[in-house]
Write a protein that binds this ligand. Structure first.
Ligand code: PA5
Length: 445
């Protein structure tokens, strides 16, 4: 079985192999916090053993719920934001047909809601569903997040009008905390089928809990294979530093940060990886960006963005490094046809597959960027399947936990997210925020 590989060869003119190996002791200290569960944020380490230690009964219930949705719904609306949305979105986009919603026959179309407060987006989604049968999976660990709460209130009303209160109940699936929060209370009172997010797994680490698994299973993706991939990574990434790519990735990105490369650009040459990058940005941004520290996680899709951001990457401020996700075995290919007139001048690549051209673009760009002062870490996934993605998720989660402790922050909290919420509640006139409202309104005059 092929496994994920880490290629650091295009980093070594920026940080030496010796410097990377010297990180061993620091990484060991960070690892100790994770193993002995005595670092900051130690009540949120459930993701470490999740691939082996998960609720097997609930896992089977997820499959049954996915079957039920498949039978009675043409559309599934998945309501959630941040960690309660990006893992499912990344997985479904990466593992399904690029135009899944257009071509799906045996599984419901899947749309995401509650990840913005745009009235236009929601109105257009309601229009797109039309009079078709649909179900809703509302996901919120805290159960109090404003964006999904608004979307759910709206869809609950539509479902109840369409199917009656009893009928709606059959089509609402709630994924939330075991005991706390408004959504848990509502789900219990309304008797919705409910799935539990373990207490010790934070939002951005929750893709392999029911948060990700129910929508992913509803899209017809093999969740057993996804978990098996993560389980394999859980096992592999206990290896000592010298043989542990996950730890070496964490060490290298931290060394690059220390050398002044403070922006990590996750790059890909497959459009299907776009949301994997969005998931990764949340994982690293919320885990590391605190106390005035942390790499800024950004992403570009290539070759697309070479025509927009390429100039900056090649030639702008030298504060960037790239982490490339490369997929070894391509899913499919198209051969470039021969044209006897050759007016577009492309006959020199006629007969070649597009993947061949894409690979040359990737290799050429990698060298050009390295020459321009942009180190390049390359992560090679064996193929675009559920096992490899589960493996990749775990690789990033563990390297993120290690990175956070290397930086000296608590990787498992997100105190900075509260500031905007406080202002928003004050401006909306929520009770308890009167003083803040007065101050803010003065500043807005
Ligand atoms: O990682 C996190 O904890 C956050 O990004 C949350 O996932 C996000 O804010 C959504 O929270 P909730 O699931 O409580 O609605």
């Amino acid at each position: 079985m092929k496994k994920l590989k880490l290629d650091l060869s295009k980093v070594l003119e920026f940080v030496s192999e010796e410097e990377i190996l010297k990180m061993e002791d620091e990484v060991k200290r960070a690892e100790k916090f994770l193993i002995e569960k005595n670092g900051e944020g130690n009540d949120f380490l459930g993701w470490i053993e999740l691939p082996t230690n998960y609720d097997k009964e609930e896992f089977e219930r997820i499959k049954l719920a996915a079957e039920k949705i498949k039978k009675n719904s043409e559309v599934l609306v998945v309501i959630g934001i941040g960690g309660s949305y990006l893992g499912a979105r990344a997985t479904i986009d990466f593992l399904s047909h690029t135009f899944y919603n257009k071509v799906t026959k045996n599984h419901p179309e899947i749309y995401f809601a509650g990840n913005s407060i745009s009235g236009t987006y929601l109105a257009h989604l309601i229009e797109a569903i039309g009079d078709r049968d649909f179900s809703v999976n509302v996901i919120s660990k805290s159960g109090t997040t404003t964006e999904p709460a608004i979307a759910f209130r709206i869809f609950k009303e539509i479902l109840e009008k369409k199917y009656g209160v009893e009928g709606a109940r059959e089509r609402i699936f709630a994924t939330t905390d075991a005991s706390k929060g408004a959504l848990k209370k509502l789900a219990t009172e309304q008797n919705y089928e409910t799935f539990t997010i373990p207490d010790d797994v934070g939002g951005r680490f929750s893709v392999l809990t029911p948060v990700g698994l129910l929508p992913i299973a509803a899209a017809g993706i093999d969740i057993d294979a996804l978990m098996a991939g993560a389980r394999q990574a859980q096992n592999d990434y206990t290896a000592p530093f010298a043989e542990n790519d996950c730890y070496k990735y964490a060490a290298t990105r931290n060394l690059l940060l220390r050398s002044g490369k403070c922006i990590e650009l996750l790059i890909n040459y497959e459009p299907k990886l776009h949301y994997v990058a969005e998931w990764w940005k949340q994982l690293h941004g919320e885990s590391e960006g605190k106390d005035g520290k942390g790499l800024f996680p950004a992403s570009v899709d290539l070759s697309t963005d070479l025509h927009s951001m390429g100039q900056y990457i090649q030639d702008g401020q030298r504060t960037l490094f790239e982490t490339l996700i490369d997929i070894d075995e391509k899913e499919t290919d198209i051969v470039i046809p021969f044209d006897k007139e050759d007016l577009d001048g492309l006959n020199y690549i006629a007969g070649k597959g597009m993947n061949f051209v894409n690979e040359k673009a990737m290799l050429g760009t990698q060298l050009a960027h390295v020459d321009g002062g942009v180190p390049n870490i390359r992560i090679i996934m064996p193929k675009a399947d559920a096992f490899s993605l589960g493996y990749l998720f775990y690789f990033f989660e563990k390297s993120c936990g290690i990175s956070g402790y290397l930086l000296g922050v608590n990787p498992f909290n997100q105190p900075g997210v509260e500031a905007y919420k406080k202002n928003m509640f004050a401006l909306l006139g929520k009770s308890g925020y009167e003083k803040e409202a007065e101050l803010l309104n003065k500043r807005l005059k």
